[in-house]
Design a protein around this ligand. Structure first.
Ligand SMILES: *[C@@H]1O[C@H](CO)[C@@H](O)[C@H](O)[C@H]1NC(C)=O
Ligand SMILES: *[C@@H]1O[C@H](CO)[C@@H](O)[C@H](O)[C@H]1NC(C)=O
Length: 139
């Protein structure tokens, strides 16, 4: 199996065009959207609007330093082999990992899906992602 990893565009802009672009990869939400360090939160990925059936779903957390726009690395929260039984919604519970948290950093939760480009089993795999914000308190 060949894996063609195409760069995912960073969806940092607001606006309906970007929202539509994002919707083709599904949607991700977190509950609660404000968490303390060590507190459990739920990540919900919904593939309903995804144009292609995901094969894998990887959830990451990433910080951006507000003062200079520096984008931190992405840290994997969970890797999921996407269900093939028609399931659209995947939920998991997690906590914020120890990633050098500090004030002045805004965080996003990313859902990256990897999918066959034409929905046939042996097709090359592409990936793309959507994100949502999460506020981390208590450091
Ligand atoms: C998943 O997304 C679809 C389309 O936006 C929506 O209708 C549905 O209610 C969502 N499912 C859940 C469990 O939120
Ligand atoms: C996540 O935690 C909540 C609250 O304890 C619980 O109701 C829910 O079933 C858990 N979800 C998963 C996917 O483990």
């Amino acid at each position: 199996m060949k894996l063609f990893a195409l760069a995912a565009s960073a969806l940092t802009l607001a606006g309906s065009a970007v929202a539509q672009e994002a919707a083709r990869f599904g949607s991700v939400s977190v509950y609660p959207s404000t968490v303390k360090v060590g507190e459990t939160f739920t990540v919900h990925y919904n593939s309903t609007t995804a144009r292609h059936q995901p094969k894998y779903y990887d959830a990451y957390i990433q910080g951006t330093v507000q003062s200079n726009g520096f984008i931190q690395p992405q840290y994997l929260l969970q890797r999921t082999v996407f269900p093939t039984d028609g399931t659209k919604d995947v939920y998991f519970n997690t906590t914020v990992p120890d990633i050098g948290l500090g004030p002045g950093i805004v965080h996003s939760i990313w859902a990256f899906i990897t999918y066959p480009v034409d929905d046939t089993p042996d097709a090359p795999l592409e990936y793309g992602g959507v994100s949502t914000g999460i506020t981390v308190e208590g450091y």
